[in-house]
Design a binder for this molecule. Sequence first.
Ligand code: RP5
Length: 162
Amino acid sequence: MENVQIVMGSISDWQTLQKTAEVLTDLKIKYETKIISAHRTPARLTEFAELALANGVQLIIAGAGGAAHLPGMLAANTVVPVIGVPVQSQTLNGVDSLLSIVQMPAGVPVATMAIGEAGARNAGYLAAQLLGMADPEIQKQLISARQKMAADVLASEEALHH
Ligand code: RP5
């Protein structure tokens, strides 16, 4: 059974991170959600990350906005892979979030997605692709999701002509 953790910095990030959850659900991958703030609950962040490996966590998907230190600080405290989702902030449109998440020093990577909803959805797909390397059932789900995407494009073109 897979162990994927979706962690967000604030309840206000859920609007974005629920897109990750939807993709994982579509692909029949179980996940847990947590709200852990790098700035408001720093001790909880350290504890969660330090225990992640021992708790069997396989992947952490972390979304935050603004001074988005959550994904990087989780990555700093564990060798479990971290996928980062920059939440679109009000003031700087998420460029602040993106740069806070992507510019990690060598040795402590965060696999950083695009800003906002597309990034949140891709975090789900990337998690599935990584888990799929050791799980043929997940790979099957991914292949049929890709086929559906392609079929939707053709159907949209068809609709254009009518
Ligand atoms: C970050 O600050 C959160 O990830 C969120 O995106 C942003 C704003 O948080 P709230 O003030 O809405 O709780 O910690």
